[in-house]
Design a protein around this ligand. Structure first.
Ligand code: DC
Length: 232
């Protein structure tokens, strides 16, 4: 699919897909991997999150597929890699923090069930990743967005571990923690059971269970796989 032309000095630029459920460590790993390789890191979830935020701001229902597609068509989403991770701009405005809040997380999972919303997202994700040299993470990158990706990783972890990581990440404690855990489980269920491109490992994905691995260990494993793919 991509033009992988290369010369002796520069290794060919791969397309790397990292899929998996929330809290498995995708964002951190994708961002660190991209920085190490000098690749672009595209966090596809941020696009669904930006659309959900726009729907909240415009009072559009998460269930109104037609209205959501219209919103998407007029939405300008920019994903800018920074040292600390991705910055997300929506219509030129920095919404990086806002899109991590609970109402947007819930909304992103709900807007992403609609097939026509997904078509728009997938088309844009393909455009953004065209040419390779990209680490794209999400739920359907290996199955739908880049089915010919050079390397596909399915990063998973035990649900309890994923919940704990989310709490630590977002510094959540006490009563709120139980609600956040319940929301995460519901998002997971929705992402895995929706009809359009549900979260699933591609048949040729390498499964990595990060439950008892450190970030460094996961990264090392993926780097070994990158090296193998480059040598193919
Ligand atoms: O990766 P994330 O938690 O930021 O994703 C937010 C939601 O967006 C997630 O619940 C499902 C949806 N999503 C998707 O359907 N497909 C993707 N490629 C990425 C995210």
């Amino acid at each position: 699919m991509n033009d992988h032309s290369t010369d002796e000095q520069s290794p060919r630029k791969l397309t790397i897909a990292i899929d998996g459920p929330a809290g498995a460590g995708k964002s951190t790993i994708a961002s660190r991997l991209a920085r190490k390789l000098g690749y672009v890191n595209l966090e596809s979830g941020a696009m669904y999150r930006a659309l959900a935020l726009k729907a909240i701001e415009r009072d559009v229902s998460f269930d109104d597929e037609t209205a959501l597609v219209k919103l998407a068509q007029n939405l300008r989403i920019q994903l800018e890699p920074t040292i600390g991770g991705n910055r997300t701009l929506m219509d030129g405005r920095d919404v990086s923090s806002r899109i991590r809040e609970r109402d947007v997380s819930e909304g992103a999972s709900r807007v992403s069930v609609h097939p026509h919303v997904r078509e728009w997202m997938v088309a844009h994700q393909r455009e953004m990743g065209a040419g390779g040299g990209v680490v794209m993470e999400g739920r359907d990158i290996g199955t739908k967005v880049f089915p010919d990706a050079d390397l596909k990783i399915f990063l998973d972890a035990d649900p309890v571990v994923r919940e704990q990581r989310r709490m630590t990440q977002q510094k959540i404690k006490g009563d709120v923690a139980a609600n956040v855990a319940a929301e995460l489980r519901e998002r997971d269920r929705r992402d895995r059971t929706r009809a359009a491109s549900p979260l699933a490992a591609a048949a040729d994905a390498v499964l990595i269970d990060s439950s008892s691995l450190s970030e460094d260990e996961v990264l090392t494993r993926i780097e070994q796989l990158v090296q193998q793919r480059r040598n193919r």
